[in-house]
Design a protein around this ligand. Structure first.
Ligand SMILES: [Fe+2]
Ligand SMILES: [Fe+2]
Length: 375
C-alpha cells in the first residue's frame, strides 16, 4: 500500500473516529512502569555554518527566550495554601452543581452524593495536572532531539533555550502535584502512544509538527482555559508563566516549518497531514479522563458517553483546537494534497477555528515576560 492510500484505520487504528468503545479499550496496562524506552534511528546533524541570525525571526526568538527565563523555585508563591476540596466545591457552586447538564438516572452515578462528586473533582484535578506533567516531559525530550537533528544554527540555539524551559515546566507541575495536590496518575495511554510516535519518527520536521504544533498548540489552549477558570492564585500564576513560554515554543514551530514546508512535494505534505490528523485524534481521545472514572469505581464505558452530551464539554473539547487549526492553516497543511486535512478537521468538528489568530501573531501579546511583571 502506498503512502497516499492510507485510510483512517491505518492511521489511528480504528475506522470510525468517534468509536467510543474502541477509544476506551486503549488503556495503560503497565502502570508500575518507571522507565519507558522508545527506539529511534535518526541523523544527528552538525553544522559548520555558525553565522548567527541567518534566520532573523528565530534569532529574535532566541534573544527573547534568554531574557524571559524564570526560576520555578523562587519566582512563584509556593507558600500559598491550597485547599483542593474547598476549590472543587466552590467551582461546582459557580457552575450550578456537580451534575449540571447530565442526566445520571438509571446509571451507577445515580447513587453518587456530594462526597463522591467532591472526590471525583479532586481526582480529576490530580489527573489533569499529572497529564500536563507527562506532556511536559515529552516536550523536554522532543526538543532535546531537535537540538541534535535540526540543521540550522539559529534553530539549535533557540531549541536549547526551550529544553531549559521544558525542564522548568516538568519541575513546576511535579512540585505542584507533590506539594499542593493529593496524588499522581500514570500517563494516559493515548498520550503515550502519541509521544512514542513523535519521538520514534526519524525526520526532524516531524518532531516539530508533533510537539511544537500539535501537542504544544493544544497545551497552550488547555492552559489558557484552566488559567481562566481557576481561582487558585498559585496555579493561576504558574500557568501564566508556563503559557508565556509555550507561546514562544509554538511560534518556534510555525517559523521553522513554514520555511521547510515550502519545498516539500504534495505526497510529502500528505504524510505531514496524516501525522497531524493522528495527533489531533490521540489528543482528543486522551481528554476523556477514563482513568479517573475507573479509579472512582465507575465504568468508563457507561459514564463517558453521558459526559460527552454536556454542551459545555463539547465546547471545551473543540476549543482545545483553537490554536492548532490556524497554525496548520498558516503552514499550508489544511489545503495541501487536495485539502485532505481540511476534510479530516471538518470530520473532527474543529475546522471553524481556521481563521482564528495564529500563534505567529499571538505570541507577542503573551511575551510580557513574567519576570518583567514581577520587577
Ligand atoms: Fe512546556
Ligand atoms: Fe513547550
Amino acid at each position: 500500500m502506498t503512502q497516499q492510500m492510507r485510510e483512517t484505520a491505518d492511521i489511528i487504528g480504528r475506522d470510525e473516529i468517534n468509536d467510543l468503545e474502541a477509544i476506551l479499550e486503549v488503556v495503560n496496562t503497565d502502570t508500575d512502569e518507571v522507565l519507558h524506552s522508545v527506539h529511534s534511528v535518526y541523523d544527528t546533524i552538525f553544522t559548520w555554518d555558525y553565522e548567527k541570525g541567518q534566520r532573523p525571526k528565530l534569532d529574535k526568538l532566541y534573544e527573547k527566550a534568554k531574557r524571559a527565563q524564570w526560576n520555578a523555585q523562587t519566582d512563584l508563591p509556593w507558600d500559598t495554601e491550597v485547599d483542593q476540596e474547598k476549590l472543587v466545591v466552590a467551582n461546582a457552586v459557580a457552575n450550578g452543581g456537580f451534575t449540571e447538564g447530565v442526566d445520571v438516572s438509571g446509571t451507577s452515578l445515580e447513587r453518587w452524593g456530594d462526597k463522591e462528586w467532591i472526590q471525583f473533582g479532586i481526582e480529576s484535578q490530580n489527573w489533569t495536572l499529572s497529564q500536563f506533567m507527562h506532556g511536559e516531559q515529552g516536550a523536554l525530550v522532543c526538543t532535546a532531539k531537535i537540538v541534535e537533528s535540526v540543521p540550522w544554527i539559529d534553530a539549535k540555539y533557540y531549541a536549547a533555550t526551550q529544553v531549559m524551559d521544558e525542564a522548568r515546566h516538568v519541575e513546576v507541575f511535579s512540585k505542584y502535584l507533590d506539594d499542593k495536590l493529593s496524588g499522581h496518575y500514570p500517563i494516559n495511554a493515548h498520550l503515550r502512544m502519541l509521544l512514542d510516535d513523535i519521538i520514534a519518527d526519524s525526520r526532524w520536521d516531524m518532531t516539530y509538527l508533533g510537539m511544537q504544533i500539535m501537542v504544544e498548540g493544544l497545551a497552550l489552549a488547555a492552559f489558557g482555559f484552566m488559567h481562566q477558570m481557576t481561582t487558585e492564585p498559585l496555579l493561576k500564576q504558574l500557568l501564566r508563566y508556563v503559557m508565556s513560554d509555550e507561546s514562544r515554543h509554538v511560534a518556534f514551530g510555525v517559523l521553522s516549518l513554514q520555511e521547510y514546508y515550502q519545498q516539500l512535494s504534495a505526497s510529502e505534505m500528505r504524510e505531514r497531514q496524516e501525522f497531524a490528523f493522528e495527533a489531533a485524534v490521540r489528543m482528543r481521545d486522551r481528554f476523556l479522563q477514563q482513568e479517573v472514572w475507573a479509579r472512582m469505581g465507575a465504568d468508563p464505558k457507561e459514564v463517558v458517553p453521558l459526559l460527552l452530551q454536556v454542551p459545555d464539554r463539547q465546547v471545551f473539547q473543540s476549543l482545545l483546537f483553537s490554536k492548532i487549526v490556524p497554525n496548520c492553516k498558516k503552514l499550508g497543511l489544511l489545503d495541501a494534497a487536495d485539502g485532505w486535512l481540511r476534510q479530516k478537521f471538518t470530520e473532527l468538528g474543529v475546522i471553524a477555528f481556521e481563521d482564528w489568530q495564529d500563534t505567529g501573531e499571538e505570541y507577542d501579546s503573551l511575551q510580557a515576560a513574567p519576570t518583567d511583571a514581577v520587577a
